[in-house]
Design a protein around this ligand. Structure first.
Ligand code: ADP
Length: 337
């Protein structure tokens, strides 16, 4: 599909450039022919006048109708060669330009295809489990009300999980759209306060203390997305930490960047897993815990950071803890990719 679209676009580029080139060539040919004819007539008149004055001078060496036609033919041939040359150059340049024009569209389509296949794969597993449980229990003639209620309860949990997954997928789908960003002056402290507030219940349940050390600085960003970013990192820090540990979040301005660090004393991540944790649906060793999640949080966080043209890095020591470091530009980036 990409090749045929590229060829079609090349054909359009070629058609436009050749149309312009041929029209110019016709115009040039007519202008030059007109000039030659005018010059010929001027010389002919001069010769006629001279012949009337000096009838014995014979044929003028200056005027030759055949060489006039030959000159016109030469111009025409040169123009044809020039046009052939332009045809070859335009075809190659057009093919190259069409490739460059279509590349971002191709990347976007590939990304969408990957997203749809990942999403349907992730949705299919819990849906199949849900269907199997329902079918098995429906066929069970001895199922009493108490057992049925327990099945309903399990199914409801499964449905809630699916709902959370759909919400995350929706967030990712929206995050792909750069036009959704609403840049405004954001207070770093307000963002962190809001995120910490949202996680306080979860942290309390595990007796985890969230310490803040945030400078009173502002920067240009999308407020909603910044809050979501900090929530994702704090949520992971709490989720992957043992009871009664500490999570530390710091925020400061370094030159033209805002630095946010989230540090925990949790499980840590093995070095072999570090390159993949930002991939969609990647979960480190699914069996290591019953910690809920779909492996989407960090991919959303990375997307948010990328949209703001910042960077996100991770360093971790298994069994000791993990540090996520984010750098974001203080001012709104000129070009949003
Ligand atoms: P989820 O938490 O839903 O599984 P994420 O994309 O947020 O998905 O994280 C991907 C994986 O990275 C997680 O499964 C987890 O194993 C690992 N991870 C992320 N944050 C931390 C952290 N602070 N400490 C330890 N492991 C983490």
């Amino acid at each position: 599909m990409f090749t045929s679209a590229r060829l079609k676009l090349t054909a359009w580029y070629l058609l436009i450039s050749m149309l312009i080139s041929v029209l110019f060539s016709i115009a040039i040919f007519y202008i030059l022919s007109l000039q030659l004819d005018t010059e010929y007539l001027r010389l002919y008149h001069r010769y006629e006048i001279r012949r009337e004055l000096l009838p014995d001078q014979g044929r003028s060496p200056l005027i030759d109708l055949q060489s006039l036609d030959a000159s016109k033919d030469n111009i025409l041939t040169s123009l044809v060669y020039i046009n052939l040359f332009i045809l070859v150059i335009s075809a190659s340049a057009g093919y190259f330009l069409a490739g460059r024009t279509l590349r971002p569209i191709k990347e976007m389509l590939d990304e969408q295809k990957r997203f749809i296949s990942d999403a349907s794969h992730e949705l299919r597993t819990p849906l199949t489990a849900l269907r199997t449980t329902l079918e098995v229990n429906l066929r069970d003639k001895n199922l009493n009300l108490k057992q049925a209620k327990s099945v309903f309860k399990d199914n409801l949990e499964e449905v809630e999980g699916l709902q959370a997954l759909c919400d995350s997928l929706l967030v990712i789908a929206k995050a792909q759209n750069k036009g959704n960003l609403r840049f405004q002056n954001v207070s770093l402290k307000a963002v962190v306060d809001e995120a910490v507030g949202k996680l306080s219940v979860l942290a309390k349940q595990k007796d985890i203390e969230i310490n803040q050390d945030i400078e009173n600085v502002s920067f240009q960003a999308d407020t909603e997305k910044m809050i979501r970013l900090v929530i994702i990192l704090l949520d992971n820090a709490v989720k992957y930490s043992s009871l009664s540990t500490k999570v530390h979040i710091t925020g400061k301005q370094l030159d033209h960047k805002i630095q946010i660090k989230v540090k925990d004393q949790g499980l840590g991540i093995l070095e072999k897993d570090l390159p993949f944790i930002f991939n969609r649906f990647y979960r480190v060793d699914k069996s290591r815990s019953r910690i809920e999640g779909y492996g989407l949080g960090l991919s959303i966080a990375q997307k948010i950071v990328q949209l703001h043209q910042g960077s996100i890095e991770v360093s971790s020591k298994p069994g000791k803890g993990t540090i996520f470091t984010i750098l974001l530009p203080v001012s709104k980036p000129r070009r949003i990719f």
